[in-house]
Design a protein around this ligand. Structure first.
Ligand code: 8OZ
Length: 365
């Protein structure tokens, strides 16, 4: 029987085990530049089979929170090189999560204090984080503007360039963040996409930008080091779709043709309930559509997993399990899971922003 501790080849990345560190926003990159503290934090967690970095802006426009990192300037690439080097020295594997927040932003974080961009000019009822005088504060997101169709090829190019930058910075691959109500998810879903051009309306049109982004990246760096994160029914950042099962069947069917390294699925409400009464979804069926379409990438599951739930998921055919909060407070999580050791509890007050406290000071066994 397969266990979490068995190795797995994921595209061109060899994983020592099936325990993945989920992407976690920590707001510790002032000026959007990755730093030595971050290198320490990630290297401490290098016994994960795979580390997925915190969401990382592909462009200044893609930025939506204070002190989250980017991957578009020389300084940022140099910062990330420290991180990938430290993780590789510690024997780990690391991919970077590529992020455009779309409407989940604030004018204070946008180039020239412009409006955040979105498929349609519909405000998200959600918060973002600004840091004033070192203190993180949650504020409402700003009113967005609808992107012109002519702007979309530039965004596709920003993703492609960020993927190239990732490889140049020593990452083992990239994960496209198409989940949690950010730009690509905003395009996918009916609640946030009211466009009447080729990028709105039908499922085919709403999925167009996502598939263009994926094709551009895969053509450039090769599918064997590309993954994608999806969240079919999450209410995170105020997204909703009238028919998520049909929408994601279409998306996954087209992803199946791309020879991706993995598909990463958030089940239920991100960081919350795994089942949502008024948003049912059949994840097993989604995986079957992927496999029937020829998709051979690893199937990664996430959201509220315990060791017991993880073992059940492996029995049902999942290949990888991503743990988020448990990795914040347990740098040696794989060893703890293997030995049944107790887990440190995460301190929520230090999740977003700050220094090494609640970041690099959690004890190992
Ligand atoms: C928590 C706080 C800020 C951003 C996501 C990137 O939900 C995030 C995020 C999470 O995917």
């Amino acid at each position: 029987m397969t266990t979490l501790f068995d190795p797995l080849q994921v595209g061109q990345i060899s994983l020592a085990n099936r325990i993945v560190m989920a992407p976690l926003t920590r707001n510790r990159a002032p000026g959007a530049i990755p730093n030595a503290l971050m290198a320490t934090y990630y290297a401490q967690r290098a016994t994960a089979g795979l580390i997925i970095t915190e969401a990382t802006a592909i462009s200044p426009q893609g930025q939506g929170y204070a002190d989250v990192p980017g991957l578009y300037s020389t300084e940022q690439l140099d910062g990330w090189k420290q991180v990938t080097h430290a993780v590789h020295e510690a024997g780990g594997k690391i991919v970077v999560q590529l992020w455009h927040v779309g409407r989940v932003s604030h004018t204070e974080l946008q180039p020239h204090f412009g409006k955040p961009v979105a498929p349609s000019a519909i405000r998200a009822h959600t918060k973002t984080v600004l840091i004033h005088d070192g203190v993180p504060t949650f504020v409402d997101t700003s009113e967005p503007r609808a992107l012109e169709a002519e702007e979309l090829p530039e965004i596709v190019q920003d993703y492609r360039r960020a993927a190239e930058n990732a490889i140049a910075s020593g990452f083992d691959g990239v994960e496209v963040h198409a989940a949690n109500g950010y730009l690509l998810d905003q395009f996918l879903k009916t609640g946030s996409n009211h466009r009447t051009d080729d990028y709105g309306g039908s499922i085919k049109n709403r999925a167009r930008l996502l598939l263009e982004v994926m094709r551009a990246i895969v053509d450039d760096v090769g599918g064997s080091r590309v993954g994608i994160r999806l969240s079919p029914v999450t209410p995170a950042n105020d997204v909703v779709d009238t028919d998520p099962q049909q929408l994601f069947d279409y998306v996954i069917h087209h992803l199946a043709e791309m020879n991706l390294a993995y598909i990463h699925v958030i089940e239920g409400a991100t960081g919350g309930a795994r089942e949502i009464a008024d948003r049912p979804f059949d994840y097993q069926s989604l995986k079957e559509v992927y496999r029937q379409g020829g998709g051979a990438g690893a199937w990664m599951v996430n959201n509220g997993y315990t060791l017991e739930l993880a073992n059940q998921a492996l029995e049902r055919g999942a290949d990888l399990v991503a743990f988020g909060r448990a990795f914040i407070s347990n740098p040696d999580l794989p060893q703890r899971l293997r030995t049944g050791a107790a887990l440190n509890a995460p301190d929520r007050s230090t999740w977003y922003g700050g220094d090494g406290k609640g970041y690099t000071d959690y004890p190992t066994l």
